[in-house]
Design a protein around this ligand. Structure first.
Ligand code: GLY
Length: 588
């Protein structure tokens, strides 16, 4: 792959909506604790929907589906039915009850108890898409084509993903779990400062489209705290899905409305794209770290593979002894990230189209080779790092975590790519469409909006899923549930999720501290270390700069919504990331 001259990470893509934590706030940060069950989401009303479902006897999957649809209403930047995502589900061991209804269906048989399964409901490229879709006649990538036009819209997967999860593992009916979302859309909900922060990021774009302005502006003006956001069109769409299931979305009037608008605006989506859409069950990527088992997303996500590579590279180093934010910790972590992202961007893509060499990427031999290239006391320029297996074969997002009273756990991340995705709504459907096609390689060596410089393996092909960084993750200790974690934030999802684990396992933080602590991120290209304010002391920064590191401070990124199980008491510690003030951890 050619190396880029320049690459940037757009801070708008990083979804900056609230500042990171100060040291004083971090010292006193405490999680919310509950005895039986816990829900943590980026919007408090969605959290409440999940808790209500669990209290009524629903299991973690019932609550997940209810929360997923509720987030489409109360967190429209990111929660969605116009995008796609991934779910990691850990099924409680057999002594626990509560997953019985699904036992005679599909994967949900007794054999699944104690297992962890993965559901891929990532968007797919339209059948008419081509590798050079975002290039002009001279082969140059046309700025904005993948993010601001209907060519950037992938076939949405969320509706089939949520409905499939419910049908396979749920105990409640679709109508029951969707009722709260429909009510929130029809009656509206009162906007808090956290909601307003997010809405205001794209108020100017809302004004461009009358059907968007009619919903997301208040008589042409941005909404303010205390206003009520009512979404009757979305309520109608959700009612159709509640009644007719995925058919309503993929074969009925909803697909027709999206295709019609796409065609009118030069897009590629067809009714066949919707009719052909499928979701996929798979096994999570698994690795060990200091006696813990990490289970995360396999391709078409890069998340699990990259997190596991980084963990394996850093495992022999005494990170805990070195301490959070120390020179040695940051040097080791950044160098591991640099190398793992080089592999990510070179070797990973949709497994339906390409061969992902996961076993080799995670083999002890390969990891040892990567580790051996880390130079003590010195940054390795990214130009000296290549995908290390040899030539390859060829924000926006939201995360939530749920644990139910039986110990079933769901880690789910879903996205429309940018905040509010394409920023456009097809006709009267009421939901934002994604611009997920930007996650593909528009041209090898040319960065996407997250600054990721990717290879041919992730080139656009008809029906292919773009490589993602979404990393819904579950951590077990001695086979028992330990942590549920994940985040939005494009490429930074990987480091954010990873750091939430390190902060607990290596640095002894509680769950709230672990998600609030200032973050660090490196992704091979651009060759710059992103840091949140408060991570680096002046002395640490100066030492690392002398070692060859360049830093870019970004106000904040990501929103890790996580749950930790106290291994002694069994109590659940929930932590809403303080970067999402609208969010909430709540349980009972
Ligand atoms: N759209 C961001 C991701 O899936 O990585």
């Amino acid at each position: 792959m050619t190396q880029p001259d320049t690459a940037t990470i757009s801070t708008s893509a990083l979804d900056v909506t609230a500042p990171a934590t100060t040291h004083a706030e971090l010292a006193t940060a405490r999680p919310v604790t509950a005895k039986h069950a816990m829900v943590v989401t980026a919007q408090h009303l969605a959290t409440q929907v999940g808790v209500d479902i669990l209290k009524r006897g629903g299991n973690a999957v019932d609550a997940t589906v209810a929360v997923g649809y509720a987030l489409a209403v109360v967190h429209p930047c990111c929660g969605n039915i116009g995008g796609g995502g991934f779910m990691v589900l850990h099924l409680a061991p057999s002594e626990n009850q509560g997953m019985d209804k699904g036992e005679d269906k599909g994967l949900a048989n007794g054999m699944d108890k104690g297992k962890t399964v993965f559901l891929d409901f990532r968007e797919k490229a339209p059948l008419k898409a081509t590798p050079t879709l975002f290039q002009d006649a001279e082969g140059n990538v046309v700025k904005g084509r993948s993010t601001d036009t209907y060519l950037g819209v992938g076939v949405p997967g969320t509706v089939m993903g949520l409905n499939t999860a419910l049908q396979t593992y749920g105990t409640m009916s679709r109508k029951e779990v969707m009722a709260p979302a429909i009510k929130l859309a029809r009656d509206g909900f009162v906007l808090t400062q956290g909601d307003i922060n997010i809405l205001h990021t794209r108020s100017q774009d809302f004004a461009k489209y009358p059907n968007v302005a009619a919903i997301f502006l208040n008589h042409g003006k941005p909404y303010e705290v205390g206003d009520r956001l009512v979404q009757p069109q979305l309520a109608h769409t959700l009612e159709q899905i509640a009644k007719d299931g995925s058919r309503a979305f993929y074969h009925g009037s909803i697909a027709q409305a999206v295709v019609k608008t796409s065609e009118k605006n030069g897009g590629l989506l067809s009714l066949k794209d919707f009719a052909d859409y499928t979701v996929q069950w798979d096994k999570p990527i698994t690795c060990g770290y200091h006696g813990y088992t990490v289970l995360s997303a396999p391709p078409p996500s890069s998340g699990g593979t990259t997190i596991c590579q980084i963990l394996q590279i850093i495992q022999p180093y005494p990170m805990g002894q070195w301490g959070y934010g120390s020179v040695n910790t940051l040097h080791t972590l950044v160098e591991a990230e640099r190398r793992a992202f080089a592999d990510r961007n070179t070797y990973l893509g949709d497994p339906a189209f390409v061969n992902n060499p996961i076993d080799e990427l995670l083999s002890p031999k390969h990891i040892a080779k990567m580790r051996a290239t880390i130079q003590p006391g010195k940054a390795t320029p990214s130009s000296e790092i290549k995908g290390s297996l040899g030539p390859a074969e060829g924000q926006h997002t939201t995360h939530f975590s749920i644990v139910d009273a039986q110990g079933n756990a769901v880690s789910i991340t879903f996205t429309i790519n940018y905040l509010f995705g394409l920023g456009q709504i097809a006709g009267n459907t009421g939901f934002f469409l994604n611009n997920e096609m930007d996650d593909f390689t528009a041209k090898p060596g040319v960065p996407n909006s997250f600054g990721l410089v990717q290879g041919r393996i992730n080139q656009i092909e008809p029906g292919k899923r773009p490589l993602s960084s979404m990393s819904p993750t579950i951590v077990l200790k001695d086979g028992k549930l330990f942590m549920v974690t994940g985040s939005p934030g494009g490429s930074t999802i990987i480091s954010t999720t990873l750091e939430s684990i390190l902060n607990v396992v290596d640095f002894g933080m509680n769950m709230q501290q672990a998600v609030d602590a200032p973050r660090v991120h490196h992704q091979w290209y651009p060759d710059v270390v992103l840091v949140e304010p408060g991570l680096l002391t002046p002395a640490t920064k100066s030492t690392l700069e002398k070692m060859g590191y360049a830093f870019k401070e970004v106000e904040s990124w990501g929103a890790d919504e996580a749950i930790l199980v106290d291994q002694k008491t069994g109590l659940l510690d929930g932590a809403n990331d303080r970067r999402r003030p609208a969010g909430l951890a709540a349980g009972y």
